[in-house]
Design a protein around this ligand. Structure first.
Ligand code: SAH
Length: 249
């Protein structure tokens, strides 16, 4: 039997935000590989389906396990949160393919798109990503903090709306405070800042503030932070960024 590997994302949390294509891939799988809490979001599939739960910080080991299982003829699904290609397992799988057994390059590998946290968070508050935007992960586990600082400065100078993934964790309590300090030197104090926790779930919580008043301790590892562009504004109870920018330079 020929094996396959599909990398999927469960979406931000609630079942309705998992795509039907992802649900179909999960139902067909003989083996699910992923971080335990993401696997817990997946309903039981075929009775003989095996689950290989792992810790959060071992992405490459998990990718190699999934590739070995697919090479052995299993129908493997690797489960990420959100979209699997955004700061998640799809890239880890291709890193493992690049560094691993040359035979892995001929495997049947597919990626299914999912609803990423940034989109779910934006929808909770209105349309803050209505103009040009960028996404930056504040985790310096895999890149230097100086690289992150350089990108924050460039994003501020280009007046992008900035979505900040991985703003904080117990192991990295300082990053968001430093990032906000840096942005305060380049952007106006009244720029809207949104902390959206557990976006796209029943427990979603929004804190809407300004860059001057933003308190980094509002964010944890389930929070997506959106820092507005100069045109991002409030209308009624919503925050949005208009599509047009004629007249701004
Ligand atoms: N692949 C995931 C992102 C993984 S990085 C995706 O596409 O969404 C993990 C970070 O994503 C978290 O630290 C947090 O910043 C963000 N995140 C994931 N799910 C979230 C949710 N439901 N609400 C808010 N932020 C979330």
């Amino acid at each position: 039997m020929t094996g396959s590997l599909v990398v999927v994302g469960t979406g931000p949390g609630k079942a309705e935000l998992m795509t039907p294509a992802t649900q179909a891939a999960l139902a067909r799988a003989t083996d699910l590989v992923g971080y335990g809490p993401y696997l817990d979001r997946v309903a039981a599939g075929r009775p003989e389906q095996r689950r290989h739960a792992s810790d959060n910080r071992v992405e490459l080991d998990r990718a190699r396990l999934a590739l070995s299982l697919a090479a052995a003829g299993r129908q493997v699904v690797v489960v990420s949160g959100g979209d699997p290609g955004v700061f998640a397992m799809a890239a880890a799988v291709f890193e493992a393919v690049e560094a691993g057994d040359p035979a892995w390059r001929t495997l049947d590998i597919r990626v299914e798109p999912g609803v990423t946290a940034m989109l779910a968070a934006a929808a909770e508050v209105g349309a803050p990503l209505g103009g040009d935007f960028c996404a930056i992960s504040l985790s310096d586990n895999l890149k230097a903090w100086s690289t992150i600082e350089r990108r924050l400065v460039a994003a501020a100078e280009a007046d992008f709306v900035i979505a900040l993934y991985n703003p904080a964790s117990k192991a990295r309590p300082r990053q968001l405070g430093e990032a906000l300090e840096l942005l305060r030197t380049r952007k106006k104090g009244d720029t809207p800042v949104l902390f959206v926790r557990a976006a796209g779930t029943a427990e979603a919580k929004v804190v809407s503030t300004t860059l001057a008043a933003a308190d980094a301790s509002t964010a944890d590892m389930r929070t997506l932070v959106i820092v507005g562009a100069s045109t991002t504004r409030q209308v009624g109870r919503w925050i949005y960024t208009p599509r047009g920018e004629r007249g701004t330079s």
